[in-house]
Design a protein around this ligand. Structure first.
Ligand code: ADP
Ligand code: MG
Length: 609
């Protein structure tokens, strides 16, 4: 056989390498912003058009480059930031791989203008698919401007793979937020489709957080400061009353670099134990400073993952630091919760070696099992939705009797239940187990219904029905509610506007959105949590999985209006819920496709004896 190995031409190799660095417009944003910071810029402007699909431009007032450097910057592994592998363990810059500009130049049309302070004229380079198509002098101010046009113009498959403008822009915002949060001493401006969305002057961290997430977060921030030999922790956590239904306001930085680390994130969430009920997640903006030699940031190409030498101790310190501040600022004692209020000492005070946290796990846990074990909680009053009965928006049938339900069981339940051969009369009533399940004896076994998921299913079908039926009825709010929304939230709301109008929400204004009417099915006291849930559902990655906006809306509303786990239900309410569940089209699953009930047959019971 003849030899068949060939070296790939540069532009092909670059395109392949680009796949790692440039996944979507947001990746370009991240790389360009980081280059501007590495170039010691103090003012950084980001200009985006069509969610980055047609233009991403970053303009900085940093050091600029010589014409030779400017040309070299597009070569692969061309960097001014490290010279030996050892430098990797002593990094003070964001970039170091020398791959970003080469990768971007391989998959887009790039125009670079740059000038050093002492130079009379600047230098211009135009690249397209790894080829220089123009090079020369230009007039420009000191610093660098990189415009990236028509990303993936030469890889149609990648371009088609991009998500909707709304989703791609959300990713861009995420990257912008991460960079802007870590550099409060720099000025950032973000313009999208000729509208200035953010104008963040230099300031302190708190001002930066407020600049990004809105005035409403201003008095919700609890400062964290803990200095130990191993790590310095600083930043803020949000008070429990500011908790979100997603992790969208959770930011962890190590040596000023944004990182994702589920283990350390858990440490922070764990410090809120007893203060937050289940779906709520604390907001945090935390900065860890560690010896660069004790971490390895090089394990992931996009550098958001990071390995620590001693992450057990950092876990313990982080958790204690957050607990300590929550206690110190009297967040913890004012809330009524049953647990032991052990706020833990300050690590700074202890100055002792940290102990590794005990990690407990449930060996029996099987995520694929229909009903998973889990501790139930009694939600604290501040966050517990004040559910106005199981009857929200539904006709009440609480005076129905047992026989009536059984008929419904017989008629409407799935084959799963039918196999139990429910008798004509069952004398026994149902009861609640752990304020989580409704248990009902059947003729040949037992029925377990997950109260929260079952109620979600009931509400979901009812809301979908209303949505498809006709325009929802609206009730005017006595006191119109001004919504203090951040950019991300405004975006999500805009996307849903038509559907929201349809079901009876009434909004006025574009920037300062004012809510003037709400659907009759939503109790006024619940408006806040309903909107929160809606925005979170729309914002979450999984929103793409919903069939339609109505589906998304019905899912979100059913989640926020459903009776929670931990809520005691009267006999009538339990019966009513079972009744309505089995009158549903698809009683077996919640809107999220999780099981709503399971059965235990006499055979199963017999077998355990
Ligand atoms: P890296 O940042 O990993 O070094 P890049 O491909 O992002 O690799 O950039 C290559 C080089 O180009 C950098 O090392 C830097 O010297 C130079 N460079 C890139 N962007 C800028 C900028 N905005 N201002 C000044 N120099 C820049
Ligand atoms: Mg770089």
């Amino acid at each position: 056989m003849t030899d068949c190995i060939k070296l790939l031409p540069d532009h092909v190799a670059n395109q392949i390498a680009a796949g790692e660095v440039v996944q979507r417009p947001a990746s370009v944003v991240k790389e360009l912003l980081e280059n501007a910071i590495d170039a010691k810029a103090t003012i950084i402007q980001l200009v985006v058009k069509d969610s980055g699909k047609s233009l991403i431009q970053v303009i900085d007032n940093g050091t600029g480059m010589s014409p030779t450097d400017a040309r070299l910057s597009f070569e692969r592994h061309a960097t001014s930031k490290i010279t030996t592998a050892n430098d990797l363990f002593n990094l003070s810059t964001k970039g170091f791989r020398g791959e970003a500009l080469a990768s971007i130049g391989a998959v887009a049309q790039v125009e670079l203008k740059t000038k050093r302070p002492a130079d009379e004229v600047g230098c211009l380079i135009k690249m397209e698919g790894s080829k220089v198509i123009d090079q020369g002098v230009t007039t420009c101010s000191t610093g660098t401007s990189v415009s990236v046009k028509n990303l993936f113009f030469n890889i149609p498959a990648r371009r088609n793979f991009l998500k909707s403008d709304a989703v791609e822009f959300r990713h861009i915002l995420d990257e912008f937020h991460r960079v802007a949060l870590a550099h409060e001493q720099l000025k950032f401006v973000l313009t999208h489709n000729n509208t200035e969305l953010f104008h963040l002057p230099e300031g302190n961290l708190k001002q930066r957080i407020v600049g990004i997430f809105g005035q409403k977060i201003n008095d919700k921030l609890v400062p964290i400061n803990e200095d130990t030999d191993l790590v310095e922790v600083s930043g803020f956590v949000g008070k429990p009353s500011h908790a979100k239904r997603s992790r969208s306001e959770q930011f962890l930085f190590v040596n000023n670099r944004y990182i994702k680390n589920a283990y350390l994130g858990h440490a922070v969430e764990n410090a809120f134990e007893g203060l937050l009920a289940a779906p709520l997640r604390p907001s945090y903006f935390l900065f860890l400073k560690v010896d660069p030699h004790s971490i390895d940031i090089n394990i992931h190409p996009t550098k958001t993952e990071i390995k620590f030498e001693d992450d057990h101790s950092i876990y313990a310190i982080l958790r204690a630091a957050v607990k300590h501040s929550l206690g110190q600022y009297q967040i913890a004692p004012v809330l009524d919760f049953d647990g032991d209020v052990d706020l833990g000492p300050s690590y700074g005070q202890m100055k002792q070696g940290a102990q590794a946290p005990e990690v407990s796990f449930d060996g029996q846990f099987n995520p694929f099992k229909a009903t998973q074990k889990g501790s139930s909680y009694t939600p604290n009053k501040a966050t517990n939705p004040n559910w106005e009965g199981l009857y929200i928006g539904l006709q009440s049938s609480s005076n129905s009797n047992d026989d009536h339900h059984l008929e419904q069981f017989e008629d409407r339940t799935s084959s799963q239940l039918a196999a139990f051969d429910a008798p004509e009369q069952i004398q026994s009533k149902c009861f609640q187990l752990h304020r989580k399940y409704i248990v009902k004896p059947l003729n040949k076994g037992l029925l377990f219904v997950h109260q929260n998921r079952a109620h979600q299913r009931v509400l979901y079908e009812d809301i979908l029905h209303k949505l498809s039926d006709s325009k929802g009825h609206s009730q005017q709010l006595l006191f119109p509610l001004t919504l203090d929304l951040n950019q991300r939230e405004q975006l999500a709301l805009k996307e849903l506007k038509d559907t929201l109008d349809h079901i009876g929400f009434q909004f006025e204004g574009d920037h300062d959105v004012v809510l003037t009417g709400i659907p009759t099915m939503v109790p006024e006291s619940e408006v806040g949590s309903v909107l929160d849930q809606l925005i979170e559902t729309a914002n979450s990655e999984i929103s793409g999985q919903h069939f339609s906006q109505s589906d998304l809306l019905a899912t979100a509303l059913s989640k926020s209006l459903s009776v929670p786990t931990g809520k005691a239900l009267s006999q009538e309410e339990q019966i009513d819920l079972l009744d309505k569940l089995f009158a549903c089209q698809a009683p077996n699953v919640s809107p999220d496709q999780k099981p709503t009930f399971s059965t235990w047959s006499l055979d199963d019971i017999d077998q355990s004896f």
